[in-house]
Design a protein around this ligand. Structure first.
Ligand code: 5RP
Length: 226
């Protein structure tokens, strides 16, 4: 089964956690696309929910399907958030940000009671780092951060969109860093990176996830945090 179908399988399993009256965080990406599509159908059938979007793309899609989108400030706290991931390891640690929405995604996850990750089976790994770690950086500092990361022994690459620098919804830059085989604990790596002024956020989501739903073939495999 293709990864596209596995994404859909995972998304359709995740909507079972949605109940009327909830405020729900909507992630970003091609897996979440299927989620939003399914929620749109549920709303048409009478589901009453409010949502907070983690990107402009998600907000546009949700609104186009008749889903109510409010600001995080209005929501204050979210019951559940459902989001995708670029990698998920055995300890529910994630690399996110392939779609460039890591900053809002991390803020929304932090303000949520129960975080659900949906993904196709290719995302489930035993060790994080085959996927390059995205860092969101302030444009004023990006070139110096690239140099500093190089001096630290990393191989950072600024993300591009065509010939231009890729820009996030927050008008920041993204630097993708190869962390494969880096001999340092992920918590220390996160701390070290966040200590560099101008790195606003990293794509390491180490503690926020409560439940992972993986689409594998026709099946949805649910893993709960113990
Ligand atoms: C966006 C993300 C996405 O959740 C991640 O890139 C997975 O995307 P997809 O569902 O398209 O594979 O972190 O910033």
């Amino acid at each position: 089964m293709s990864s596209v179908n596995e994404k859909k399988v995972a998304a359709l399993e995740a909507v079972k956690y949605i109940k009327s009256g909830m405020t729900i965080g909507l992630g970003t990406g091609s897996t979440v696309f299927f989620l939003i599509e399914a929620i749109g159908k549920m709303v048409l059938k009478g589901l009453k929910i409010k949502t907070v979007a983690t990107s402009v793309e998600t907000e546009k899609l949700a609104k186009s399907l008749g889903i109510t989108v409010i600001t995080l400030a209005e929501a204050k706290r979210l019951n559940i958030t459902i989001d995708g991931a670029d990698e998920v390891d055995d300890h529910f640690q994630l690399i996110k940000g392939g779609g460039g929405a890591l900053l809002r995604e991390k803020i929304v996850a932090h303000n949520t009671d129960f975080n659900i990750i949906i993904a196709d089976s290719s995302k489930r790994v035993s060790q994080l780092g085959q996927f390059k770690l995205p860092l969101e950086t302030i444009p004023f500092a990006t070139q110096l951060i690239l140099k500093e990361l190089q001096e630290m022994g990393f191989r950072p690459v600024q993300r591009k969109k065509g010939n231009d620098d890729y820009k996030t919804d927050e008008k920041n830059d993204i630097i993708d860093v190869d962390i494969w085989g880096v001999d340092i604990k992920l918590t220390e790596l996160e701390h070290m990176l966040k200590n560099i002024p101008g790195i606003v956020e990293t794509g390491l989501f180490l503690t926020s996830t409560d439940l992972v739903i993986i689409g594998k073939g026709e099946q949805a495999i649910t893993e709960k945090k113990i």
